[in-house]
Design a protein around this ligand. Sequence first.
Ligand code: ZN
Length: 386
Amino acid sequence: MSLKRLILSLLCQLMLIFGFEAVVNRHGGGRSTVALRMPPAKHLQVEPGASFKIALFADLHFGENAWTDWGPQQDVNSIKVMSFVLDKENPDFVVYLGDVVTANNVPIANASLYWDQAISPTSARGIPYASVFGNHDDAPFVWPIEWFSATGVPPLRCSSADSSSNDNDECNFLGTTRLELMKHEIASDSFSLSEDGPRYLWPSVSNYVLQLSSSNNSQPPVAFLYFLDSGGGSYPEVISSAQTQWFKSKSLEINSDSRVPEIIFWHIPSKAYNEVAPWFAIHKPCVGSINKEKVAAQEAEMGLMKILEERTSVKAVFVGHNHGLDWCCPYKNKLWLCYARHTGYGGYGNWARGVRLVEITPQPFSLKSWIRMEDGAVHSEIILSS
Ligand SMILES: [Zn+2]
């Protein structure tokens, strides 16, 4: 971390401790500013004429096979990918798009230790971020067959991401709930802008909206960023009708005339992705570089896509989950359905790792996207709205 960012990071922590509203210019006179405030007024800020860049870290899958050599090496490699892209692109904001950890592979009591590792490249650079849950984040631990002894009783093999604590009391493998993971992230790091969503939607936790504002207060908001929990792991892979109702009433409440563009993030693609998926090669109007598997969609569609389709303000949806897909395709000529790019070395598939970037420019509003690969190459540039 540079000295400037270190000082900035300490300053932010101090300002948050003392409850000030802090407007922080991360770039020291650069493209944009980022506002960090005490809850509940978390919001992001961009200067008029500047642009706001978001990096999507999808499917990192930290914590796989900690009892072997290759597992921890995957996490080291994932840190390298994130660090490289953060330094190359210098984004204003990062979205952790689910499957941050592979909890079904994490034999420690507290998966937050792995979650923290995944967040660390972003947090260490003083970049604000938000996260949504994927199907692996709170999945129950699955015992590897090779652990079972001849008598059928698995030997106790506790391993800890924090090597200083090797206490057997920590060795319960019960898993870490979505709520525990989210509360830990929010409480332990002031750069987290995540929220644990309305209580009545629990156990679906990562449901919230962040406002991107202009630093000129007389201007309307630049965009609303919506985050939804698409389930999986401890409960079905679905965005429920209760979540749909929450989105409907929230968007009507804060953007009743649909004047402010809306951008949506969740993990598991909706069934609508099946409708737009390219056959074999990716051809226009779709843009992307890999189309290597079938869309693995949510189990049911409970009305959200209909609402998104009817709101002229909704410009694009971004998901992860399918590691072998990285395209964007238009849906009913109304909005774009996009995949991120598999960022982590954890999880299935050996396609080269990369990061989807999303850039918002206010006045006039435009939404651009591209993919930055771990070797530095850029591809799949597209204007999603202008
Ligand atoms: Zn995944």
